[in-house]
Design a protein around this ligand. Sequence first.
Ligand SMILES: [Zn+2]
Length: 479
Amino acid sequence: MNLFQKQSRVNRRSFLEGMAVLGTVGVGNPANLLTLLTTNAPLQEKLPGRGEFIVRGAYVMTMDPTLGDLAGGDVHVRNGEIINLGKGLMVRDVEEIDGQDMIALPGLIETHWHMWNTLLRSMSGDEKKHGYFPTSENLGKVFTPEDMYQGVRLAAIEALFSGITTVHDWNHNIRGPAYADAALRALTDPGIRARFSYGYYQGQPYDEMVRLDDLACIQREWFTNPSYSLLTLGFASRGTECSPKVNRCEWEAARQMGLPISVHANSSSQWTGEIEYLYKERMLGKDIQVIHAISSTPAEIEMLAETGTSVSLSPYTEMRAGFGFPKTGKLLDAGVLVSLSVDTTALSGNADMFAVMKAIQNVENAIAENEFKLPPRRVLELATIDGAYALGIADRVGSLKPGKRADIILVSTKHINIGVFTDPAHLLVEAAQPVNVDTVIVDGRILKRRGQITVPDVNQVIHESNKSLTTVRQRANWW
Ligand SMILES: [Zn+2]
């Protein structure tokens, strides 16, 4: 262990404990940072416990090909695990959750999201100098770890509210060890399941490597600790936005650490041939996730399929940024594993995965000029079980089945925008909105109930995020 690692370890542990105790202390202030580093109180466990309960009488969509759908079905959960599924289960003396008029399904799985950007929600402006890339770079450069915490936590809580139980935090603003810790704390505090992909920082020079020693430190400290079992680690690569030598070195280091790698490639007609390059360099594979892939040629789509590389599509940012339309049908037809993502709410505005599903279906049908091209049930697979495969967690989540972890959402069909019960897959993709999500369960913890986030206080979270954004704008002189 070198001196840097030693310091980083001490700082990191103290920082975590400090964040938990002091909540939203401005760590950009040296006096506050000192307080954080000298606080040794234990972490407060504020999340609801993993108890035992049964969801009764819901329309259960297991998304498991063998189990199928169960009308009037029950789901029995104990200590975070699905114990049993069926009709009229004989279970007594446990808490009951009424599933009447509800669709129960696996929590939605999001597979690529720059969550710190949620502090910059809808801030991509109307002219080039205020577009998404200059906005996120100029504001990102003045972020403190506290701003990172606020942005990622705001995103995580919006995700839970919207029925997303797993996110992929694609973090490209790690300006120092405390930033990664702040993001990880912001993911663990609300209780969401997440892949955290450790990346670069805004404005990082073309020839500068990502801090691989800090990444190793993060892997040791966070990902060998059973308290953080909902987290998995990945690497967020710049791809062609850094020098080929740096890219190659980082890629090899991540693979040596056993980390899956994610990269934006062929994002629009401005970026072409990147997938062919990665293929020729033997960099693609089952451990690689490519984002967007919009300008891919038929030959490049074949390269993705041949190597087992998955693709994450984020239709709202792809359309809003003028990247083009996702090639969902062509990718699926070639046998590529496709999953869905939010990308950045600086462009998309919100993290509504129901809307993402609807856009994926509608764009594909429009391109194909075919009402029947992409059925809603297939789209639901992309947002659940296929997302789980893409993140390497399909053994745990993505479908409802005995032995899997209990990541479950209940969508009410009693609201005016979804009332009258017809085809449940069509209802979820075409009619449902986040406000219809009645209950969200992650790893057996009930994090949303009767339409309300159970922990923490959402108004307080928004208030603190606004405070953080104000200071970011002041520091960047960006209004
Ligand atoms: Zn992205």
